[in-house]
Design a protein around this ligand. Sequence first.
Ligand code: SF4
Length: 283
Amino acid sequence: MPDKTVFLCAINNVLSGGCPEDCSFCTQSARHRAPIQRYNFKDPTTVLAEARRAHSYGALGYCLVTAGKGLDDAKTDYIASLASLLKRELPGLHLIACNGTADAQQLRHLAAHGIESYNHNLETSRRRYPEICTTHSWEERYATCEAVKSVGLSLCSGGIFGMGERPEDREDLLESLAELEPDSVPLNFYLPHPSLPLTERTLGRPEALEIIRRAAEKMPGLSILMVAAGREALFAGREEEIFEAGANAIVLGDYLTAAGEDPDRDRQRLLALGYRIAEQCHA
Ligand code: SF4
């Protein structure tokens, strides 16, 4: 990243909680009974106001996330209508959908309404996946990523590190991601929660930096290598380290069910460090 440009992405959890799947890292799984806010189909006016605010702080990517295993007709129509609204009101945003497993027809429908990227993480290595989720397979996740590419949407796919995986699982996950040739890769560092089976993050800052370096090495053609969840816990006040390791993007503001840094503080800090906020998306 020779010109020190940082891409900022914000996420909006537009349908939260109540998911019947058993992903052991996720507070939105109903099985874990985590004390999170639950709601169905957030009001579009609220989503627009939140997107406007994120954009005002420099967020260029805007990701519409729904809890649950995957898209159905109601979710597809809802995300498509949100995309139409945001595209009309905030045409500068690069719109991303993150709604779980999806087929080509659903993805085409989203693309026709303004969604430009689809985020679907592989989460961890194929070998390790059955240890963190038993209700759906890693292969289903991979197939959705392939479907995203088949319809011409930009693919955003990454994973979560620090969930007890071994070094070889980290390598294998990065290898699988590299095979998919995504346009952007979000690296999440596990956010422990007392309600979840995994109560600790099993890595520290040096390992996280090594993962960023390895991802950058393995996928030199990536448009966006993003550090997402866990940044505040591991790198607060040391953000330059993640960019020096090869990342060029961060999530601005809150995560799905966890608070993030104040977006204005993040933005001011990046500018003070001499970074430029990206004004165009190449993903
Ligand atoms: S499918 Fe998605 S929302 Fe449901 S538990 Fe897994 S990660 Fe959470």
